[in-house]
Design a protein around this ligand. Structure first.
Ligand SMILES: *Cc1c(COP(=O)(O)O)cnc(C)c1O
Length: 205
């Protein structure tokens, strides 16, 4: 209870066909969607998805116009992107919601703790942006031994403590959502589990 389902529908809904899967998930009541690229997010808007859509990987300054026009939630990694969004938000006369990704050990996108805090505070101080969320991703979520998640949890908690004004946190994929309740936070980014696959090493839970 109280935990959002963030439906991950990247890679054409894991090959099932996003045009069929995403509207069904929206009708079923998922709170949000997540995809890898801006292009995938725009495709969701094109088929009529209205809920918030998080872009999880890198975006470029040139994406700012479409991101704001279509109310996408962007993960920002650099001050340059913050500046581009702010300028475009002013031009369009509307705000933009962003999330910050902290790297807690996966080393695929994401900012080290100090850089994550610094960028979040920079974005907060920049007009037109709302820093709604902070997130991370577990490196060993689906492996038999996911004990490294405990270390990542500690790192993530330390970052969260430094950003108490950021309202929304998320860290878990399907496997972590099942195995580690303490990592469910405000939402779980479930892909496999929504597409009918029980992730590895979760059966006994
Ligand atoms: C793909 C992905 C997910 C979803 O993972 P599943 O194992 O399919 O639940 C969650 N977060 C990120 C960052 C991803 O890239």
């Amino acid at each position: 209870p109280g935990v959002d389902i963030i439906a991950v529908v990247k890679a054409n809904a894991y090959g099932h066909g996003v045009a069929g899967v995403a509207p069904a998930l929206e009708a079923a009541g998922v709170a949000r969607f997540a995809v890898v690229s801006v292009r995938e997010a725009l495709a969701l808007r094109e088929i009529g998805i209205r809920r918030p859509i998080l872009v999880m990987s890198h975006a470029f300054s040139g994406d700012a116009e479409a991101v704001i026009e279509h109310d996408l939630t962007l993960t920002v990694h650099r001050a340059e992107m913050v500046d581009a969004l702010s300028a475009e938000a002013q031009r369009q006369g509307k705000g933009v919601t962003v999330h910050i990704k902290g790297d807690t050990g996966l080393h695929r996108f994401g900012l080290a703790p100090d850089a994550a805090v610094e960028l979040a505070e920079y974005a907060r101080a920049t007009g037109g942006l709302e820093v709604e969320g902070i997130w991370t991703h577990m490196a060993n979520a689906d492996e038999a031994d996911d004990s490294f998640s405990a270390r990542q949890y500690e790192t993530f908690e330390a970052v969260r403590k430094r950003l108490p004004w950021v309202a929304y946190a998320h860290a878990a994929n399907s496997a972590t959502a099942i195995r580690r309740p303490e990592l469910r936070y405000n939402g779980v980014r479930a892909g496999l589990a929504l597409h009918g696959v029980l992730p590895p090493n979760t059966e006994s839970r």
